[in-house]
Design a binder for this molecule. Structure first.
Ligand code: PLP
Length: 425
């Protein structure tokens, strides 16, 4: 690991949590230089929904490269892009009666968010955007301004105006309906909150601690948008692409966003980001928002293959089934370790185990890493273990990973007890 410490910037993070050199990956496993096998409950933060090196994608990629397919095309028409657009339209948009234009942006999630924010402001001629507490939308200037966590915001000494934060669903517990709260600010012309161009939200806040918005809340927010002529942006970068069992995370609420941001697994493991725009809002002039790497032909090739998972309901059913396993097994852990005061939150195949004890989740993640499991943390205080396995993970492997979590919790508790008793001294 010396070269990483020697010349890679201090900013590196995951390499600190998982200190080994990974070499290969297949399905829901990663392998390191020593040949040690790890179960992946992190899935590249949502990039690897279809598993590492899914053969459908790998074989098509090898063929494409061997045939000298176009690798870089700016936003020129290529056969890879054509097939992707046709497949995306036929498999995803058309069966859902969704009429959207597809805009390719720079290749990572934050590029899609920047683009969406620029578009809604331009269309509405308003500067304000409403975002929610604990939201995470990326770390470039615009996307960071709608991201809540001060850990990221404080580093940038820039103007972060033109955004109003409002409480997400459940922010004050059961006591306050935060959709009504938001409505009140908009209906009161003296509230000091400027009419926004848009409201941006995640239907499940992933980085923010696996906070699941209720169907009712999502519908209420959509209604507010319609009542006040505000555009609704759903950021589906982490919990879209089937994570909730439907292709889009908002399908469970039956809402109809004006703009949708997508990235992570839409590229089939390769960088790709896009914005879906209601046709009447597609008011760009040609070339008005450009970038060298808009669309990634290799990602188009991989994605075109992987979208075939949505030709039938098998994957959706598998997500619902494995999601139930996650919920049941995590609930058992909550009951087994009452001293943790833990709680379970989640939906589909994104789950969180919230443990309100400083450093506990981080210790469990380290312990699990030693035992061959990769799992990351979420929440402003890193107090949530985030379960984000590939959607295609085998049931046995899912259960094996959950057993490792159980063993790791036991080990961390034993260790903490022995420290309290002074056995370590
Ligand atoms: C909901 C959401 N939006 C935006 C982003 C930013 O994506 P990227 O890190 O690819 O810029 C993320 C990343 O985790 C995310 O979860």
């Amino acid at each position: 690991m010396r070269i990483f410490e020697q010349i890679e910037s201090q900013v590196r993070s995951y390499v600190r949590h998982f200190p080994t050199v990974f070499t290969t990956a297949k399905g829901s496993h990663l392998y390191d230089e020593q040949g040690k096998e790890f179960i992946d409950f992190f899935a590249g933060a949502g990039v690897i929904n279809y598993g590492h090196n899914n053969p459908k994608a790998s074989e098509a990629l090898i063929e494409y490269i061997k045939s000298d397919g176009i690798i870089h095309g700016l936003d020129k028409a290529t056969s890879a892009k054509k097939e992707f657009l046709e497949t995306f339209y036929n498999t995803i948009l058309s069966p859902r009666n969704m009429e959207y234009k597809v805009q390719f942006t720079g290749p990572t999630g934050t590029n899609a968010v920047e683009t969406a924010l620029k578009l809604v402001r331009m269309v509405k001629g308003r500067s304000n955007v409403i975002s929610f507490t604990n939201g995470f939308h990326g770390l470039t200037m615009g996307s960071m301004s709608v991201t809540g966590n001060s850990f990221y915001r404080d580093e940038a000494f820039i103007n972060r105006q033109n955004v109003t934060f409002m409480p997400y669903d459940g922010y004050f517990g059961e006591a306050v309906n935060t959709a009504d709260y938001l409505r009140k600010f908009l209906e009161d012309s003296s509230s000091g909150v400027d009419l926004p161009a848009a409201i941006i939200l995640e239907t499940i806040q992933a980085e923010g601690g696996v906070n699941v918005a209720s169907v009712k809340w999502l519908q209420d927010i959509e209604k507010i948008c319609r009542d006040y002529d505000i555009l609704l942006i759903v950021d589906d970068i982490q919990v879209g692409n089937g994570r909730t069992g439907n292709f889009f995370s908002f399908e469970r609420a039956g809402i109809n966003p004006d703009v949708i941001t997508m990235s992570k697994s839409i590229g089939g493991g390769l960088p790709l980001a896009l914005v879906l725009i209601k046709p009447e809002l597609d008011q760009w002039r040609p070339g008005e928002h450009t970038g060298t790497f808009r669309g990634n032909n290799l990602a188009f090739v991989a994605s075109t293959q992987l979208l075939s998972y949505w030709e039938n309901t098998n994957l959706a059913e598998a997500v619902a089934y494995k999601g139930r396993i996650l919920e049941e097994e995590l609930t058992k852990l909550v009951d087994k370790y009452p001293e943790l005061n833990a709680d379970v939150r989640g939906y589909g195949m994104i789950y969180g185990l919230h443990v309100p004890m400083r450093g506990f989740c981080s210790d469990v993640s380290s312990e699990a890493f030693g035992r061959g499991l990769i799992i990351e943390l979420a929440g402003a205080k890193d107090d949530v273990l985030k379960f984000l396995p590939p959607l295609v993970i085998e049931e046995d492997l899912l259960r094996e990973g959950l057993n490792i979590i159980d063993e790791s919790i036991r080990a961390v508790l034993d260790h903490r007890e022995s420290v309290i008793k002074g056995e370590e001294l």
